[in-house]
Design a protein around this ligand. Structure first.
Ligand SMILES: NC(=O)c1ccc[n+]([C@@H]2O[C@H](COP(=O)([O-])OP(=O)(O)OC[C@H]3O[C@@H](n4cnc5c(N)ncnc54)[C@H](O)[C@@H]3O)[C@@H](O)[C@H]2O)c1
Ligand SMILES: CC(C)CCC[C@@H](C)[C@H]1CC[C@H]2[C@@H]3[C@H](O)C=C4C[C@@H](O)CC[C@]4(C)[C@H]3CC[C@]12C
Length: 369
């Protein structure tokens, strides 16, 4: 792929390239991959910012398409050297049906794999999730674990189930012969909770805080650690993996890597306050204001209301039994596998990640500052 005749001639495809993570991967590739000659961005919805990318030296091709449509995926993959598959339905709030989540996340991934095999594309990077491992339905803590830490990965919710199935498909496809006879090389990246510019849930918490007069109310004990990773570092990891898969196929093929950086270990809410605090919000309470049993009851009530109201309207609040369980169970990673296997070091320090995220929150309309 990288011999001198082909230098500067790589074609990359990013599925979900208009999403929160996808946009950062796209921009990172344009900045950090000098061998790129064409970048294809495949997404259900194309965003206007793509236009500004079309004036640079790399050919940027925007493709409006659906990963559940095998023929659309095949057309987008044809002739690509590397596919970074980030497209997915990220829904833990009950907005989409379990069938739709499965179709997009599992069938969509199968379509990407088949398209690679049929078109002779040899390198496939899949954006998996920490949710493939946990937190599990038993709420067992995963405390600073790594890729080899034993943990009972038992899921019921459609989103983690779909990510686990899709990840398995990707890993099992490693070594399959693609058109031309060479083996497919795949690997999966498992981000923990991603934060940074463009993070919708951070936006939601910010606006909720503004509505509540600049306050948020603690719901989860400060002692519950939740793994977070900066979007720029997750994007950088994707770019590095895509680049190194060719050179280290025997080592990296079929492997999984947690995405990590130097973001501090904190509870979900305390971590959010690292950005929302400097933007004028305050987290009220050193301990949760409501007892846990009441939160469980409210979450169950929300689930019931969602079910009752479904024929009339979509009721999908942040709090439900699943999100409560995820937020209330320690899940953090501590690993150096990506450093050992492909030389990953975070591109952005914690201070830089924090500053960039704060600037983004501050730039939002209606800043409390
Ligand atoms: N956000 C997180 O904290 C997080 C953590 C771990 C893993 N992930 C994974 O990272 C990936 C990206 O997540 P995100 O947070 O950027 O979500 P996102 O919703 O912002 O981006 C997903 C993108 O996929 C596109 N997409 C959805 N259905 C599609 C379809 N049928 N065909 C084509 N494109 C489709 C969407 O339009 C969107 O642009 C997902 O695979 C997700 O599972 C996210
Ligand atoms: C109890 C409530 C007040 C707090 C609700 C917060 C809740 C919406 C948050 C907490 C943890 C978040 C998840 C976590 O960061 C990791 C992921 C993995 C990723 O693949 C998809 C998103 C997801 C599930 C986050 C969703 C929002 C959660 C549950």
């Amino acid at each position: 792929m990288a011999d001198s005749a082909q230098a500067q001639k790589l074609v990359y495809l990013v599925t979900g390239g208009c999403g929160f993570l996808g946009e950062h991967v796209v921009r990172m590739l344009l900045q950090q991959e000098p061998r790129l000659c064409e970048l294809r961005i495949f997404d259900l919805h194309l965003d206007p910012w793509l236009e500004e990318l079309k004036t640079g030296p790399v050919q940027v091709t925007a493709i409006q398409g659906d990963v559940t449509q095998a023929h659309e995926v095949a057309a987008a993959v044809a002739g690509a050297h590397v596919v970074i598959h980030t497209a997915g339905l990220v829904d833990v709030f009950g907005r989409a049906s379990p069938e739709t989540i499965h179709e997009v996340n599992v069938q969509g991934t199968q379509n990407v794999i088949e398209a690679c095999v049929q078109s002779g594309t040899r390198f496939l990077v899949y954006t998996s999730s920490m949710e493939v491992v946990g937190p599990n339905v038993k709420g067992q803590p995963f405390y600073r674990g790594n890729e080899n830490t034993p943990y009972e990965a038992a899921h019921r919710h459609p989103y983690p189930c779909s990510k686990a199935l899709a990840e398995r498909l990707v890993l099992e496809a490693n070594g399959r012969k693609v058109r031309g006879g060479l083996p497919l090389v795949t690997c999966a990246l498992r981000p923990t909770g991603i934060y940074g510019e463009g993070h919708q849930i951070m936006r939601d918490f910010y606006h909720q805080g503004l509505r509540l007069g600049g306050r948020l109310f603690r719901a989860i004990p400060a002692s519950v650690e939740h793994g977070r990773v900066y979007v720029g570092n997750v994007a950088w990891m994707h770019v590095l993996v895509a680049r190194e898969l060719e050179h280290r196929a025997a080592l990296m093929g079929g492997q999984v890597y947690f995405c990590y950086d130097n973001s501090p270990y904190k509870s979900y809410e305390d971590f959010n306050m690292e950005f929302l605090g400097p933007c004028g919000l305050r987290l009220v309470g050193a301990r949760p204001l409501l007892p846990y049993w009441l939160l469980v009851l409210l979450a169950a009530l929300n689930a019931l209301l969602q079910w009752l109201l479904r024929p009339l309207l979509l009721y999908a609040p942040l709090l439900n039994p699943y999100t409560l369980a995820v937020a209330n169970t320690t899940f953090t990673v501590s690993t150096d596998k990506a450093q050992r296997h492909f030389g990953y070091e975070p591109l952005f320090s914690w201070e830089e990640s924090r500053t960039r995220t704060i600037r983004w929150v501050q730039a939002m309309e209606g800043s409390a500052q």
